[in-house]
Write a protein that binds this ligand. Structure first.
Ligand code: ADP
Ligand code: MG
Length: 668
């Protein structure tokens, strides 16, 4: 029987309830998902690692000569074969349990390739139960979990590849012109390459296919809008000037330019669909507020969408204050608080706005703060809010390199906000290694004594790290959790004063209460998960301590760092990794060396290999698995191909395509 890519993995022989649950946790539900579970890396049997350089606890290949072989039987009747082996660089003992037959194969003096994981056992280098490679071959290694092992995955994937209908995803004409192999070939190679070099063609196929699908979907969603006229907004420039003068600060040149560009576009009767691509703290809120004021003055309403309730409340208050002179009436609309919207000029709300199908007439502008949390589909809902398509202003949570933003956000005009308000001191960012932790206490004390406040960040969810990685870096197993860390701090440091916690499992009202007390200065130290990452403003907070910092993506760390340095005092960001070395820690240096979020974003992308999507959702970028976001020329090329394809009337383009839900998810 042939299976379809959309069929459930429960149809694979050997997948019972327990495995099904394990697969579900890995978000593997269909044949398409299992085939899309690409190897994390490959071991190349033809390129063995010298024995002396074998990394401990990590699967590798060795090519060794057998020096001697003997077998034993333990009192408990366990049988093992030990082979002393060597290459030019060193010696290793290879041991097989309960496989007596291997002894016959391993003649003294013969050469073998073994694939396995080396460990130090009683002072000697040892490899247990390695795979004996008859001919040099490439072995794929998969990310596994405690329920679903790499071997099980290998079996399921093999079954899927052999029994599933792998119909082509790309239009044939395009595939031929681009010189790409077929989907079926690509999937076969990616999971069972004959040699490493073959992988390139498979990766090229996948990169093209996922990028093509991405562009087709966003270009399609734009539809005919760019030809469409927007609601014309008349603007009284003298009045706008007075509003700007009434602000508690002077706008930066960048802020003025973006406000002006947006307003001008609306007055000309064009539909504005603009992305404000700016760093944390660059002052995007006031831009939205001013554009909303213009819209209100012209007799229309604005809906401002934010990702959390806390942020909604804070925005409604700060915008109301900013726009007092302008006479803009601000209302709040969240799950917890639903103001009467009848006379509101500006409605600040969360997803609740999208869920309730209230009639809101005269919506002239939709502002989306922290752009990535809302996707194409939600934007379409917003478009339907009123009879005329409202203007759209979208604001990024973290900056995206300009060249990349221009290519990716095909459906938006991009305004870049480079500079920050003046008088802003860069945050002093330091890496604090485990043995230097006394420095944290010193910094915290000295800031508390000056009346400042402290954030302490912990990763809350105890994910099981990849076992192999775990052994590789010898990671301290226990991650700091918010509640335990707060308890520790309260016990060990009563002198810190009021210590509170905030995390995602708290009720919205509790979170709001804690945040408000923090904002009022009643809390000295707030121990939090990354729930505070978005938008919250506490200018009096000057220290951000980030525990297990290596667990966060760079974009997210930059966003977290942006929670301090919002006032006039010098602020500090202390990145505290849980162990002293490794590539994850080298990444942290990017934050020490770069203050600008644009620079951090570029370095972040440059450091990523294809498929390294950790923390990407945070930055609002599509999580491609093979395509590199640094390869602008490639992205532009695929975009052109998608554009051309659509304009030649292929509207059904998405029909035959697979369910690459990770890409769609990044758009939602
Ligand atoms: P973000 O771009 O991260 O959303 P916000 O809009 O929250 O940044 O602004 C950060 C802080 O900077 C706020 O306290 C805001 O009042 C202040 N701010 C914004 N623009 C200026 C400016 N031109 N001069 C001084 N402070 C400003
Ligand atoms: Mg903001």
């Amino acid at each position: 029987m042939r299976y379809q890519l959309t069929d459930s993995v429960r149809l694979i022989p050997g997948v019972g309830p327990k495995l099904l649950e394990g697969l579900e946790r890995m978000e593997i539900r269909t044949f398409s998902d299992i085939i899309g579970w690409y190897p994390r890396r490959y071991i190349d049997g033809s390129r063995p690692t010298p024995v002396a350089q074998l990394p401990k606890g990590m699967t590798s290949a060795v090519r060794v000569t057998i020096i001697s072989v003997n077998s034993h039987r333990t009192p408990s009747r366990m049988q093992f074969v030990d082979a002393r082996c060597a290459d030019e660089s060193g010696e290793i003992t290879v041991r097989w349990f309960n496989q007596p037959y291997v002894q016959k194969k391993l003649e003294v003096g013969s050469e073998w390739i073994f694939i396995g994981s080396a460990e130090i056992f009683r002072g000697n280098l040892q490899m247990v139960n390695p795979r004996i490679v008859e001919e040099p071959e490439v072995i794929p290694l998969y990310s596994q979990t405690s329920t679903v092992s790499t071997n099980a995955l290998r079996g399921f994937i093999k079954f899927a590849l052999d029994n599933c209908d792998l119909s082509e995803h790309l239009p044939t004409s395009i595939r031929e012109r681009e010189g790409l192999i077929s989907f079926a070939e690509a999937m076969d190679i990616i999971h069972r390459p004959k040699q490493m070099d073959d992988l390139l063609e498979a990766q090229r196929y996948i990169a093209f296919q996922e990028t093509f699908e991405f562009f087709v979907s966003i270009l399609q969603s734009r539809g005919t809008e760019d030809a469409q006229a927007g609601i014309p907004m008349s603007v009284d420039l003298e009045w706008l000037k007075r509003v700007v003068e009434s602000l508690p600060f002077e706008l930066t040149a960048g802020q003025k330019r973006v406000v002006w560009d947006a307003v001008q576009e609306m007055t000309e009767g064009k539909l504005m669909t603009r992305l404000i691509n700016g760093d944390v703290g660059s002052g995007k809120t006031v831009i939205a507020a001013l554009v909303a004021a213009v819209v209100a003055r012209a007799g229309f309403r604005t809906v401002l969408l934010v990702p959390t309730e806390i942020l909604a409340k804070q925005h409604s208050q700060s915008i109301a204050a900013l726009l007092q002179t302008a006479g803009v009436r601000v209302a709040l609309y969240t799950a917890a608080q639903k103001d009467d919207l009848k006379d509101a000029d500006l409605v600040v709300g969360t997803h609740a706005v999208l869920q309730e199908k209230f009639e809101l007439d005269r919506v002239g502008l939709v502002v989306i703060d922290e752009q990535h949390r809302f996707g194409v589909r939600q934007r379409a809902i917003l478009r339907d809010l009123s009879e005329q398509v409202p203007h759209l202003l979208s604001m990024t949570a973290t900056p995206i390199p300009r060249t990349l933003a221009l290519v990716l956000f095909a459906d938006l005009t991009v305004s870049v906000l480079r500079e920050k308000p003046k008088n802003r001191l860069p945050v002093d960012t330091q890496i604090i290694y485990p043995r230097e932790r006394a420095q944290i206490h010193q910094r915290v004390m000295s800031e508390l004594q000056q009346g400042h406040q402290i954030f302490v960040l912990c990763p809350l969810i105890e994910e099981k790290p990849d076992e192999e990685e775990l052994r590789l870096f010898d990671v301290e197993k226990e991650k700091k959790t918010v509640i335990k860390e707060a308890e520790r701090l309260r016990t060990e440091h009563p002198e810190y004063g009021v210590i509170e916690v905030i995390h995602g499992k708290m009720k919205p009202a509790e979170k709001r209460d804690v945040m408000e007390r923090m904002a009022r200065g009643e809390v000295n130290m707030l121990v939090a998960t990354s729930v505070i990452e978005v938008g919250v403003d506490v200018p009096n907070a000057t220290v951000m301590v980030i525990e297990n910092a290596e667990q966060f993506g760079l974009a997210q760390l930059h966003q977290l760092r942006g929670r301090v340095g919002r006032g006039l005092a010098q602020s500090y960001c202390l990145l505290c990794p849980s162990h002293p070395g490794g590539p994850a820690i080298d990444r942290l240096r990017v934050l020490v060396d770069h203050d600008s979020g644009f620079d951090v974003a570029e370095e972040d992308l440059a450091l990523r290999g294809p498929g390294d999507i950790t923390g990407l959702a945070q930055s609002g970028l599509p999580s491609f698995r093979m395509a590199r976001l640094t390869d602008i020329d490639f992205l532009q090329h695929v975009k052109d191909v998608a554009q051309e394809y659509l304009s030649s009337g292929n509207k059904e383009a998405l029909e035959g395509m697979s369910d690459y839900s990770h890409i769609k998810a990044s758009l939602e």
